[in-house]
Design a protein around this ligand. Structure first.
Ligand code: CA
Ligand code: CA
Ligand code: CA
Length: 235
């Protein structure tokens, strides 16, 4: 094997490794929807980062532009609060949007969001007039909660879902009010709005670059092999 061939083979292996790492990177493989597995404990909030996607979602505004995840609570087994954690990779705007589910167990939602220090960033009772709400109904319509265009620093955040009326505080109290009723259902959309590419987009770009490097390395190996055959014939 010539030095050029050895270098080409190494480049190919490196590119394949980069490609594989890109495919496994968090946020790349996602479905856009996750089922709620909330255990009702804010200190063990369900991480929903793997669900973020750019896939179309009719109930999410600008779903093809911004990454988003929909958390589906199909109906709580027992009364309680629900908590979900997500990562905000960079400073930007986040929208939390409660929508109705097709089944008739919607309730009057009330939501809050905390940073990783337990500081309450915002809370909302009623803001239900967007796609996915049964507006102008009250329950499942106008009474659905939303926090729109909340500017957040990079970090980890926890969203809490409760029933009206609930008071939201900084930790360690966090919230105190009405539990989600048994069977209570909702869809919670989390949208991350950025003016610069997100890690998911960067992964796609890296994947494209890695693919181009693989093709170039393979072509280089073929060329080297051809040159070597010609030199052999020349001898
Ligand atoms: Ca919506
Ligand atoms: Ca809504
Ligand atoms: Ca409400």
């Amino acid at each position: 094997m010539t030095g050029a061939q050895f270098q080409g083979k190494n480049t190919t292996k490196t590119c394949c490794r980069v490609l594989w790492m890109c495919l496994l990177a968090p946020g790349f493989v996602n479905a856009g929807q996750v089922d709620s597995q909330s255990v009702g404990d804010i200190r063990n909030a369900q991480n929903v980062n793997s669900g973020f996607t750019f896939g179309p979602a009719p109930a999410v505004i600008d779903s093809s532009v911004y990454s988003h995840v929909t958390i589906l609570q199909h109906g709580r087994a027992t009364a309680g609060y629900d908590f979900y954690q997500f990562t905000n990779p960079r400073q930007g705007w986040v929208t939390l949007d409660v929508d109705s589910t097709p089944i008739g167990t919607n309730f009057d939602t009330h939501i809050g969001i905390w940073n990783s220090d337990g500081i309450l960033m915002a809370s909302n009772d009623d803001y239900g007039n967007d796609p996915g709400d049964n507006y102008p109904s009250l329950i499942g319509g106008w009474y659905n909660s939303a926090i729109r265009n909340l500017e957040l620093n990079p970090g980890h955040y926890t969203v809490g879902v409760a029933q009206f009326w609930t008071n939201f505080y900084d930790g360690p109290t966090f919230l105190d009010g009405q539990l989600i009723p048994e069977g209570g259902a909702y869809a919670l959309n989390v949208t991350r709005q950025y003016s610069t590419p997100e890690p998911g987009t960067m992964v796609l770009m890296l994947t494209g670059i890695a693919g181009a490097m693989v093709v170039r390395a393979v072509r280089s190996r073929r060329k080297d092999a051809g040159d070597e055959r010609e030199q052999t014939r020349g001898v």
